[in-house]
Design a protein around this ligand. Structure first.
Ligand code: FAD
Length: 296
């Protein structure tokens, strides 16, 4: 099933599209925990689709494909492959896309990716792509996929000209054929609303923009993640987390409350769904969806 069709059916029924994101673990033990415990526990909530990330530099290609394939075969749930342009020529990207097609993958999130190791500057591979809109265009040319693209409610961290220019770049990705946008995590809903309204009302985009939500698990974790991707933390969040710095259990409970409130407002104000960054952990996502009465 294509995500664009899942969205159309859910929108007709006035229901949100719920999705869960996983990453490929580094060890066999991690694989077993994810495939045998975390995923079955989360899929009891009956999400509409899942997605699996593609490690920095493309190093997880085979494992990402293996996990996508296993979720689709064992749970009959549409699972989106994340795909990045890092360290890959056009031909190599085409090979991965055809491999995904042969496994029955119908949905791909087209990303530029970051250089391995995090912060350095992106360097285009000879014979590869500089920007993700070129990957969107390749997928459109090859055909047979519903294509997603990444959006940044606070602007992409590397876009020196500011968020409005970054959002124009995003509009270009949509014009090249992306069917939907999944956002970077954020903690100020006002950023999402401004981003969505700018794209739809000023730039004329008409695709769904799924907000990405990461329930906070600990004070240290959220500071690391937001430093990496540039997400701002509201002052009330920071002061609560500072008080809970040594108590991960209390921080996770606070994270569940914060995400519940955040998601409830997003849905009330018209967000088309929720994309949960699970970090391969089930409890917080399960509790947030239960609080929202979205767990079936
Ligand atoms: P692009 O759209 O190419 O944008 C990159 C930068 O170039 C931006 O600053 C943009 O403003 C600028 N730009 C874009 N188009 C143009 C243009 N035409 N002219 C000039 N400048 C332009 N990373 C992974 O490695 N693996 C994953 O699985 C993964 N999953 C993700 C999932 C989501 C939902 C999100 C939001 C991000 C994910 N990322 C992942 C991170 C992502 O790869 C990085 O944020 C990366 O730096 C940008 O990717 P992009 O596809 O947005 O790039």
């Amino acid at each position: 099933q294509f995500i664009r069709d899942i969205y159309a059916a859910k929108a007709d029924a006035h229901q949100p599209v719920i999705s869960f994101e996983f990453f490929p673990p580094k060890t066999d033990e991690g694989d077993r925990a994810l495939l045998e415990k975390t995923i079955p526990a989360l899929l009891r909530l009956k999400p509409d689709f899942c997605s699996v990330t593609y490690g920095a530099g493309g190093g997880t290609r085979d494992k990402t494909l293996m996990i996508v394939d296993r979720i689709q075969r064992e749970h009959q749930l549409p699972t989106m492959l994340h795909l990045t342009c890092v360290n890959a020529t056009r031909e190599q990207l085409r090979d991965v896309i055809e491999q995904a097609r042969s496994l029955g993958v119908k949905n791909i999130l087209a990303l530029r990716g970051d250089p391995p190791g995090g912060n350095g500057e992106f360097k285009m591979t000879d014979g590869g792509f500089e920007y993700s809109h070129q990957l969107v265009a390749l997928l459109r040319e090859l055909g047979g996929f519903s294509i997603g693209t990444a959006g940044f409610p606070e602007g992409h961290i590397a876009c020196k000209e500011g968020k409005h220019v970054d959002w124009e770049h995003l509009k270009k990705k949509i014009d090249c054929g992306a069917d939907f946008v999944v956002t970077q995590l954020f903690y100020n809903n006002a950023d999402y609303f401004e981003f969505r309204d700018h794209l739809t009302k000023k730039l004329g985009a008409s695709v769904p923009i799924f907000p990405g939500i990461l329930p906070i698990l600990s004070a240290g974790q959220i500071k690391r993640i937001s430093a990496l991707c540039g997400a701002k933390l509201p002052s009330r969040l920071v002061s609560c987390l500072e008080k809970l710095a040594d108590n991960d259990e209390a921080a996770a409970a606070y994270g569940i409350d914060y995400a519940t409130e955040q998601c409830a407002e997003l849905l009330r104000e018209g967000a088309p769904g929720l994309h949960m960054y699970t970090l391969n952990k089930a409890p917080s996502t399960i509790q947030v969806l239960k609080n929202l009465a979205l767990a079936h």
